[in-house]
Unconditional design. Structure first.
Ligand code: NOJ
Length: 505
């Protein structure tokens, strides 16, 4: 629940947003990093090249889930990374968030290292470092090697813990002399719910009450088993890092979740309590164990016996096993209490929360997100209140748009301008936020809509065999900001006037 101080801060923020919130790079702490990001399957392409084997995301995309689109070629980052790093340099990007494709580095998930995969990631990391761009590396971005899913059910089995630790060990050993910021799992909560409850992301499992034509799954229990195994695997990898590498490499290992911000639909007590429950399920479910050693009370109560329990040993290993929390935040939802969901048979994650999501402006998804920068402020403020001073990285934040060929992405500029401004307000109010990564650098393969939707600062011309990159208005705006220029609305107009607008089709 919002504390009175948070409420006052929120009012302050709304006033700041109304002012237009002019600020500059220099207003942020000197060691704060601004970057952008992508993930292996969405960016690299070369899916069948140099020994890489399929991941569960390859399989999911190839079975038509993204309207036939796949990451087989994507942005061809496997071959074009040097060109892209040049663009990052021109933009003054300070950090780049990337992920390693497990099945490129260790084909089939276990066994010998693929020398070509090792060479690619060494080159990519070296290229970033030699240009002064900090690599922030994620180990698992929805792309478990398919072989491990086939062999023992992947994340549904505890066998995953051992294989994940060997993979993490390989990455720490091979790249840890240059990589200081590691994230074990991207969007651990959404991976568990999207993949094993809703059937809406790899590996596409679901069962009733979800009606999504999945060939397998058990929505009532699988997301909770997967979440549990993820925590075990994450904490085992962190334990290894601390024992074997921390003293020489001095790096940091964190964990990433997706989080909406949630506000009550009405000010009724029921809606206020339901809103806190939404935070418990989306944030607390996987973050509470990392900080306090156990699941939140409301999650335990509503999920009951379907929620795996930690042994004392596991709880101790998990508690405190993060150096930072990574959050992916895009939008804010309005929450209404819905106790009737607790009456249905075969409950899943979504019904266990017992809420109804209300959109305040009609159907707001999926064309573009409503701009609610105060939601990022609320989220950062909440993380501070719930988890104390632990460092936070905004790992993903950005505006969705139809990919229609225009480079004039004014809504993305407004989104970035206001969300970054909101983050600054949270920092001024004591949030220990240490970095911001705009999602995403280029329009590549998108989880939500293949090549039909985009989040990129650069448009990639898919009809051109060189996959030429074109800066959008947002790339100019971000670059100006990173170069220390003003972010006022005037600055946005200036950028707009000098921008080449390309219309296709
Ligand atoms: C979530 C995921 O981490 C990323 O892969 C995806 O493209 C974006 N957010 C947007 O959907």
């Amino acid at each position: 629940m919002l504390q009175p101080s948070a409420f006052l801060s929120l009012l302050f923020l709304l006033a700041a947003a109304a002012r237009g919130g002019d600020y500059s790079r220099a207003d942020f702490p000197a060691d704060f990093v601004f970057g952008s990001g992508t993930s292996a399957y969405q960016y690299e392409g070369a899916a069948f090249e140099d020994g890489r084997t399929p991941s569960i995301w390859d399989t999911y995309a190839h079975s038509g889930h993204s309207g036939g689109a796949t990451g087989d070629v994507a942005c061809d980052g496997y071959h074009k990374y040097k060109e892209d790093i040049r663009l990052m340099l021109d933009m003054h990007l300070e950090a780049f968030r990337l992920s390693i494709s497990w099945s490129r580095l260790i084909p089939n998930g276990r066994g010998p290292i693929n020398p070509k995969g090792l060479e690619y990631y060494n080159n990519l990391i070296d290229e970033l470092i030699s240009h002064g761009i900090q690599p922030h590396v994620t180990l698992h971005h929805m792309d478990l090697p398919q072989a491990l899913d086939d062999e023992y059910g992947g994340w549904l089995s505890r066998k995953i813990v051992k294989d994940f630790v060997v993979y993490a060990d390989t990455c720490f050993r091979e790249f840890g002399d240059r990589v200081l910021y590691w994230t074990t799992i991207n969007e651990a909560n959404i991976f568990s719910v999207g993949g094993y409850d809703e059937g809406a992301s790899p590996p596409g499992h679901c069962s009733l009450p979800v009606q999504n034509n999945c060939s397998k799954g058990n929505s009532s229990i699988e997301p909770y088993i997967v979440g549990h195994n993820i925590l075990l695997a994450h904490s085992a990898a962190v334990k290894l890092y601390k024992k074997k590498y921390k003293s020489t490499q001095n790096g940091f290992v964190g964990f990433n979740i997706y989080s909406f911000w949630f506000v009550p639909y009405t000010n009724s007590t029921e809606d206020v309590i339901a809103t806190q429950r939404a935070k418990d399920f989306y944030i607390g479910w996987l973050v509470d164990p990392l900080i306090y050693g156990d699941y939140p009370r409301s999650v335990k109560k509503n999920v009951g016996k379907r929620l795996p329990a930690f042994t004392e040993y596991e709880s101790k290993q998990i508690k405190g096993s993060i150096d930072f929390i990574g959050v992916n935040h895009y939008t804010t939802l309005y929450i209404k209490d819905n106790p009737s969901n607790l009456q249905i048979d075969n409950r899943d994650f979504d019904t266990d929360i017992a809420i109804e999501i209300k959109f305040k402006q009609g159907n707001e998804l999926p064309d573009q997100y409503p701009i609610r920068p105060w939601g990022l402020y609320g989220l950062l403020e909440y993380l501070k209140q719930a988890y104390g001073d632990i460092p936070v990285y905004v790992h993903e934040n950005g505006q969705l748009a139809r990919r229609n060929g225009t480079l004039y992405d004014k809504s993305r500029v407004e989104y970035m301008h206001t969300y970054i401004g909101s983050m600054l307000d949270a920092i001024k109010n004591g949030s220990n936020t240490r970095g911001y990564f705009h999602w995403t650098f280029l329009d590549c393969f998108e989880l939500l809509g293949g090549y039909g939707l985009s989040f990129g600062l650069y448009y990639v011309d898919l009809d051109d065999k060189y996959l030429t990159r074109y800066p959008k208005l947002s790339a100019h705006w971000y670059s100006n900001f990173l170069k220390g220029k003003s972010t006022s609305s005037n600055a946005i107009t200036e950028v707009g006037d000098s921008t080449f607008v390309r219309q296709t089709g």
